[in-house]
Design a protein around this ligand. Sequence first.
Ligand SMILES: CC(=O)N[C@H]1[C@@H](OP(=O)(O)O)O[C@H](CO)[C@@H](O)[C@@H]1O
Ligand SMILES: [Mg+2]
Length: 537
Amino acid sequence: LKKYSALHPKPAGLTLQYGTAGFRSKAQQLEHVMFRMGMLAALRSRATGATIGVMVTASHNPEEDNGVKLVDPLGEMLHPSWEEYATQLANAEDQELQKIVTDICQKAAVNQQKDASVFIGRDTRPSSKELSQAVIDGISVLGGQYHDYGLVTTPQLHYMVCCQNTQGQYGKPTLEGYYQKLSKAFMELIKKSLSSGEAQRQLKIDCANGIGALKLAEMETYFPKEVQIQIYNDGTKEKLNHLCGADFVKVHQKPPKGLDMEPNESCCSFDGDADRIVYYYKDTAGHFHLIDGDKIATLISIFLKELLAKVGQTLKMAVVQTAYANGSSTCYLEETVQVPVHCVKTGVKHLHHKAQEFDVGIYFEANGHGTVLFSKAAENTIRQLAKEEKDDAKREAAKVLENMIDLINQTVGDAISDMLVIEAILALKGLTLQQWDALYTDFPSRLLKVQVADRQVIDTTDAERRAVTPPGLQEKIDALVKKYKLSRAFVRPSGTEDVVRVYAEADTQENADALAHEVSLAVYHLAGGKGAPPQPI
Ligand SMILES: CC(=O)N[C@H]1[C@@H](OP(=O)(O)O)O[C@H](CO)[C@@H](O)[C@@H]1O
Ligand SMILES: [Mg+2]
């Protein structure tokens, strides 16, 4: 351990926090973190008796950054009870490492004699190869076995881990297995719409100059010729995530660089590790229309609800959102689609966990990360109906649901899988992007960042919608919100960046901007603002 950890030394005085989705920082600061997360994965593997995944990626962050995401046995994110061990290990001084490992083994009842198995994947960042080598060293130093999948999307690695630990029930733990499972389900679905004379589908995809481009290109040969995709921002010319990708499009509400849109053409963007997707188009007047995670959740909810009604099953279905979901989507889901909506804290782990409570749990963050979870019981019922139901209409509906189950990556949000789900639904329902977009109109909103000395002075409650500290902040926000119509605002410390996020909605864009600005000033004054005060938008 001494010898190997010396090869991946911790910079003196550096402390990193386990954030919303693991560790993220400048790539040069992460060698030791990767080495130690390799160790942690080996320990976690021994504790669970299953294969654990380690993905080297910083998702939508700039190319110079990197990070690590840990994947639990069924493809979920690392269980929160282990985040503290991850933090301790990442921040231990080199000479303390042995003691921390022993401590974790004791506290988490890890049997050091057991086998350990870890799957590794990485994104296309220039730093990712070397950092994944550090992960391998960490696994090896604790005597673990590993399989390095090399370049894969984050959701592909989650899929592999789940396949491995379910002894192939979820699919084959290979890229080919992933492509075959998804494309087979997609073909079955799209066949039904093709026979009804649907025209060829075309889609322009901005891959954020990341891993999504490589994997989509690999998968293209599996697509039916009726679906034509065109890949943009494939990483051959420009920098990862630079002025493109799902996060850029969502935050700036404008098209990515490097993708020319004709009016009413269907377009979408992946993020840097292909676990998020947003759709968009430009209308004939040249206006940009964003179709975000909330609208994706709505489309999927409508479709699944109709199918469940057709098969005559009363399965418990719900949508899970965060406070960032546009208020208009929540109203539409509750009142028009009539499906219960739950709000949880930011971060996929919280959404995923809540969605597991239902037979059909649909979860999406507004930024486009999401998926659908089917309970084992619901899945069994559907598969049985698809095979044995005598009533033709019911059986056909059950078959569509069965293919949906296979097409959806239930382990985590997956841009490739979500895209195919959306394309299949649009084709089957004969909907255009414009019709989908018109389901409801988003309330005007604004998302801002405020720099403060220590963002942890802000503590929140009620799924992050209310601030309990610092004193006076929530009262101030309440008073500001009252000044505007149809308004709402909240603040919370980011879990991935050193900033406080401010979100506001109001009746007009000007008012949403003004409210967001006023709340930013309140944060700046009451929560230890740093640098120049926030400027009006
Ligand atoms: C407002 C927003 O988009 N927040 C993002 C962002 O988290 P923050 O904790 O807000 O920094 O990154 C997370 C990880 O990718 C993602 O899950 C989340 O939705
Ligand atoms: Mg991502």
